[in-house]
Design a protein around this ligand. Structure first.
Ligand code: URP
Ligand code: ZN
Ligand code: ZN
Length: 463
């Protein structure tokens, strides 16, 4: 099957031009004007629309046992929602707990996804303990093509590692050429602050943020950077939420630490007043690091525009209302997470590009090209070029809509972005040359997605 995209304007991080794209089988094989194509080629009219490389969400949770329950999506539901939203590849956190073996966890996560995802996917392998068996298992996982690790400095006794384990993980990662993503909060302080607040009878969701203040995240970020500096490993701070943590990351970048930074949709568009609402409404907005004071947002947006923040992910992590109510008596029991896999592209286009906070090239870079480069997917993914996978998003900038739980495709009963207006949406989306979305609707093949096996990083570049 061949496809010709005609009349659209191609956008990459460094170019914007009108051209036709010819796709044969799974690959872009020609880009040019007045291309002659064989009979039987399907012509897609992209006049008046942007053509973006398929977007990559580098931080999602789909199968996730966490806080006495399981995140709501399956690979079927999350991948269809991702595609409708323009994401053609996601990188899922494979998160075995501290009581499980890394390799058993890895095999379980692979099994959960195999044959079920409609878009392509990869994993970050969480190292939740480092014992005498871990090193050999991690080597095997890297040989299988999963070339990024994840560590949590928070969630003590569940996913969290101590400083010794962080050191061991980073040392191995350096040897293997593996990038390490880190959730940076000081676990000890969070635990102590939580207990102190509960002892004072402060049990509602509005106390979640004060239990994990900005300084606690800044400390975690600085400590992670110091460990990178002293091991020579390459790191990636996930879901950075506030100015003090940003300062710690920028300082580290400035002294040559090989560190990249991720922002996520909730921290850019929502603030702590949502989690301060009474009862369930507040619980829906509990995530970690928490939604912050709004005064942080201009600095996050501006760091994103100037590339001090590298990527925008979602940290998609859906728990429904019934699950959120597990924390009705204590904010420490509210399952942490806010969904967003479906809305990232349209929301950042609307509130980033259309509001003048970032240009369209940086938008493509932060949501597609940069994640592809950081995580070993480029140039197969993250660009529109001859030889690249034909993952394309034909984006209609004239579409107007409003986000609502009633129309979303993830498996959840609320949306963290309810009522947000969007200006533009993906109209047609392809995954390796197959049309998976038309007119904003999923029309594709559910099990099409492949596990992307990646090479270790050879030359990490700061930008
Ligand atoms: O609150 C969050 N972010 N939930 C998902 C787990 C994590 O920390 O990424
Ligand atoms: Zn996290
Ligand atoms: Zn996460």
């Amino acid at each position: 099957m061949s496809l010709l995209f005609r009349g659209g304007e191609i956008v990459t991080p460094d170019a914007r031009y009108k051209a036709e794209i010819y796709v044969e089988d799974q690959t872009v094989t020609r880009i040019g004007t007045d291309l002659s194509v064989p009979p039987g080629t399907e012509i897609i009219d992209a006049r008046g629309q942007w053509i973006f490389p398929g977007f990559i969400d580098p931080h999602v949770h789909i199968y996730l046992p966490f806080m006495a329950t399981f995140a709501k999506d399956t690979h079927e539901t999350a991948s269809v929602a991702a595609l409708i939203g323009g994401t053609t590849t996601f990188i899922e956190m494979c998160c075995p707990s501290r009581s499980e073996d890394a390799l058993a966890g890895y095999n379980l996560w692979k099994e959960k996804a195999e044959g079920r995802s409609a878009c392509d996917y990869a994993f970050h392998m969480t190292v939740s303990r480092f014992d005498q068996n871990t090193e050999a298992q991690l080597r095997e996982i890297v040989r299988d093509g999963t070339t990024s690790f994840k560590i949590f400095l928070s969630y003590k006794n569940f996913f969290g590692v101590d400083d010794g384990e962080m050191y061991q993980t980073l040392t191995l990662a350096k040897e293997l050429g593996v990038i390490v993503a880190a959730h940076c909060e000081n676990a000890e302080l969070v635990g102590r602050l939580q207990q102190a607040l509960l002892a004072e009878g402060k049990t509602g969701p509005e106390w979640h943020e004060p239990s994990r203040p900005e300084s606690v995240e800044a400390e975690g970020t600085a400590r992670f950077a110091t460990f990178l500096e002293n091991t020579g490993a390459v790191g990636y701070v996930v879901h950075l939420s506030c100015v003090p943590a940003l300062k710690a990351a920028v300082d580290a970048k400035g002294r040559g630490v090989r560190l990249s930074v991720e922002s996520v949709l909730p921290h850019l568009l929502l603030d702590k007043t949502s989690a301060e609402r009474a009862g369930l409404e507040g619980m829906q907005y509990v995530m970690s690091p928490p939604l912050r004071d709004k005064r942080n947002q201009p600095a996050l947006w501006s760091a994103l525009a100037s590339r001090l923040i590298d990527t925008v992910a979602t940290d998609h992590c859906p728990f429904d209302n019934e699950q959120k109510l597990l924390g009705r008596d204590a904010f420490t029991q509210i399952p942490n997470g806010i969904p967003g896999i479906e809305e990232r592209v349209s929301l950042i286009y609307t509130y980033g590009v259309n509001r003048g906070r970032m240009d369209i090239h940086r938008f493509v870079d932060a949501l597609s090209t940069r994640p592809a480069k950081l995580f070993g997917l480029f140039p197969r993914k993250g660009t529109i070029a001859v030889g690249s996978d034909a993952d394309l998003v034909i984006f209609d900038p004239t579409y107007r809509g409003v986000i609502s739980a009633r129309t979303q495709h993830i498996n959840n009963d609320y949306s963290g972005f309810e009522g947000f207006a969007v200006e533009g949406r993906p109209a047609v989306v392809t995954v390796r040359g197959k049309i998976q979305v038309r007119d904003g609707n999923f029309v594709g093949e559910r099990g099409r997605g492949q596990l992307l096996r990646r090479e270790p990083i050879i030359n990490w570049r700061s930008n």
